[in-house]
Design a protein around this ligand. Structure first.
Ligand SMILES: [Zn+2]
Ligand SMILES: [Zn+2]
Length: 503
């Protein structure tokens, strides 16, 4: 019996479903851009009712999302193929009149010692939220500020990094500027629901659904690093609430990533006045800034933002390096693997490689020279530890270290940042596929170029936010020859491996 449902699930024409959804989303984006909100709402209704969107939403929350195995209040931590069709039935009958189940609260430890509650919706509520996001996101992307970069499709932290460079390099006199490091209090549970409902671009049924979702306890908030939240639609709602804060001081450049923001002041700008406007904006929405953590800093003193430290040097040159805190975290991660007694040197090298590659890739537009940032000391430590094993001689240890610390080239401010208010929903395939390939590590971006930016499995261009995976065609993850690498969608990657083992 169960086989029947699994076959039925796997035989869905996923590629076509994706196309159907994206076509509708592009039309929503266009309608809002043209100011035709009535048309946008009727298209959003079509998305809520679309079988393609519903199936994709279920797939997203059961197969692709981080935290997909966290159970909700109904105790379900995964859905069988049969369950998935049950959820589909529910979406078909009531997506436009959805009632949200309760949330399961899981206490998690905070960095500073306290605990906070992670509130997790049931999987079927997550599916509805994902569907709602499909309908809401293209509408709001058409209204979002060019200077907001966090939790938005097609944008990343490196765009914000590059924007800082453009505003603080020597040719624009960065040495004379100051920045306000804005800290918005983490009080997203106090964001006024009515202000969100007012801002929401959605048909009545969807609006009602989001209202119930908020009433059930879903907060508009951004996930903290390393803890994927249950609320699929939360970051989008938080972006909707904060949108516009970047431009309330029109002559001042503000750069926002989620709830982090820096405001760049020219010598004569009045910090008090600018901050006053920000406070008013937040107050209207039930939020406030943290007075202790909000700082006014000279660019020559340097400041931290998104894991980087930025500073204008005495000679006027602008410099960006991994921040102290970021560096402490990577050292800790590496040490945990190196000192683990659970596995040998071989496995350690395998586990270290993606950690180091990911870290270097994040920082590839920084100045990574110097022994601190090339992880020289970490490598020595790892090498020493590896050689304590009987079968590992000096030669072998060096080989393992090469594998554990893969090289990623760097060049300061090489990143090409996103153009103005552009969004993937504008359907500009050439622009977006070209840009996406630049965001990945060397091997992936080379594979993307070779495949002219389409997925090696389904052939669609990489335009949505689904992660790109690198598939080793012969199954050997040590074989990094170009002919053995293929860039594929995360979901297509799962399909490729389904033939080998069932997930
Ligand atoms: Zn694909
Ligand atoms: Zn693979």
């Amino acid at each position: 019996m169960s086989n029947r449902y699994s076959d039925l699930w796997k035989s869905q024409k996923w590629k076509q479903l994706r196309r159907n959804l994206f076509r509708l989303q592009k039309r929503v984006y266009k309608a809002v851009q043209a100011g035709d909100l009535r048309k946008a709402r009727s298209l959003q209704k079509l998305i809520m009712k679309s079988r393609s969107a519903q199936l994709l939403a279920i797939r997203q929350v059961t197969q692709l999302n981080l935290g997909k195995r966290t159970a909700g209040i109904d105790g379900k931590s995964s859905l069988t193929y049969k369950d998935r069709f049950e959820v589909l039935k529910k979406l078909v009958s009531s997506a436009e009149n959805w009632t949200h189940q309760g949330l399961r609260e899981i206490p998690i430890a905070k960095k500073n010692g306290g605990t906070r509650m992670l509130k997790v919706p049931t999987i079927q509520d997550r599916a509805w939220q994902c569907l709602a996001k499909y309908a809401l996101e293209p509408a709001h992307e058409a209204t979002f500020s060019a200077f907001s970069y966090g939790f938005r499709t097609g944008r990343c932290a490196q765009d914000a990094q590059r924007m800082l460079f453009q505003n603080l390099n020597s040719s624009c006199n960065g040495i004379k500027k100051r920045v306000i490091e804005l800290d918005i209090k983490k009080c997203f549970d106090r964001i006024s629901h009515s202000s969100i409902m007012e801002l929401l671009l959605a048909p009545a049924g969807l609006k009602q659904g989001i209202f119930r979702c908020l009433k059930a306890g879903i907060n508009p908030e951004f996930p903290e690093q390393g803890t994927p939240q249950g609320g699929v639609v939360s970051p989008l709602l938080a972006n909707i609430a904060l949108n516009g804060i970047e431009e309330i001081n029109p002559r001042v450049r503000s750069i926002r990533y989620a709830d982090d923001m820096v405001i760049i002041l020219k010598p004569k700008d009045n910090a008090e006045k600018i901050l006053g406007k920000i406070k008013d904006f937040l107050n209207e929405r039930g939020m406030e800034i943290s007075e202790e953590k909000t700082k006014l800093t000279k660019t020559t003193d340097g400041f931290d933002f998104l894991g980087w430290n930025f500073r204008v040097q005495k000679n006027g040159k602008f410099r960006s390096v991994p921040s102290e805190e970021n560096h402490r975290n990577i050292r800790k991660k590496i040490k945990t693997v190196v000192n683990s007694s659970n596995y040998g040197a071989e496995v350690k090298a395998e586990k270290l490689a993606p950690i180091v590659r990911g870290w270097r890739n994040y920082h590839k537009s920084c100045d990574m020279s110097g022994s601190r940032n090339n992880l020289w000391f970490m490598r020595i430590t790892a090498n020493r530890k590896f050689r304590k094993e009987k079968k590992v001689n000096r030669y072998k240890a060096n080989k393992l270290c090469d594998k554990a610390f893969p090289a990623v080239g760097y060049e300061q401010f090489q990143h090409n940042n996103v153009k103005g208010t552009k969004s993937p929903y504008d359907g500009d395939l050439v622009y977006w596929s070209g840009r996406n390939s630049k965001l990945y590590d060397n091997a992936t971006s080379e594979a993307l170029k070779k495949q002219s930016h389409s997925c090696g499995h389904c052939g669609l261009k990489f335009i949505d936010e689904e992660r790109v995976h690198l598939h080793h065609i012969d199954g050997n993850h040590d074989n990094w020859k170009k002919a053995n690498l293929m860039a594929v969608h995360q979901s297509c990657h799962q399909q490729l491996h389904w033939s080998q083992k069932d997930t």
